[in-house]
Design a protein around this ligand. Sequence first.
Ligand code: SF4
Ligand code: SF4
Length: 294
Amino acid sequence: MNIQKYSIHDGPGIRTTVFLKGCPLNCWWCHNPESQKSNPEIMFFKEKCKSCGLCLKMCPQKAIEFVDGYPVTNEGKCNLCGKCTDFCTSNAREIIGKEMTVKDLMKEIIKDEAFYDESNGGVTFSGGEPLMHADYLNDILRACKNRGIHTTIDTSGYTDWSQFEKIIDNTDLFLFDIKHMDNEKHFKYMGVGNTVILENLKKLSERGSNIYIRMPIIAGVNDDDKNIDAAVDFISKLNIIHVNLLPYHKMGMDKYVRLNKKYKLSGLEKPSDEVMDKIADKFKKAGIKTKIGG
Ligand code: SF4
Ligand code: SF4
């Protein structure tokens, strides 16, 4: 989906973060809604569009119609040929996602090898859920390990354990998300339960993998004492390096408009510093090394 250079919040040092498209979860606050579908898709930037109608004229599939003065794409008809993006001189249309071979991706990754070496950084695979592509992922992880590049996977943990088995030996660090300890609420806000996620986390911990836990804090969703206490209790029994508490923010809302998707948490505000400190204190009191932020 994207390759982001000079990332400093996705693991140690300076990193290249590779975002793989496709995710089995559907979190209400997802910052990267363009990562949810596995296939490429069209993103539309309304603020750039001059309503010239050229995209509509050039589309061989007749997949575009004008609604309220702006082009809307019918996904059922669009075959992602890219003609509309080529002809739009305003760059108001973009295809998100493309296929890359392991060789081509490695070419991008090794461009910044000097930064990894100097900063003890490396490469992070995020998404979406990178483990949806475990075979491809393992090929690229192995290629990184063969060059001595540190590897990190940012995962929701929602996959069959057999997919972890494929990549575990070539992964130096896991950034593992915990979003809610209550199975029903997890299902409500993420679209899937948390049983598999928590079991996989326990297994990774037992295997001795390096783990940073990442917990987004979303006001009114998972910041209550009951949930935080349950998370503290669960994590205190694991072998992890530290917890990152990530205050929810609304970044990413514009992307929903660009993808013609509905954003379900528009009324929510970022948790205050006081709330974040109180939550962090609970983790610290249980002896868990904890940071606020990435
Ligand atoms: S998306 Fe581009 S080509 Fe289509 S109407 Fe807007 S400016 Fe014109
Ligand atoms: S990508 Fe091709 S088929 Fe899809 S809307 Fe654009 S021109 Fe039409």
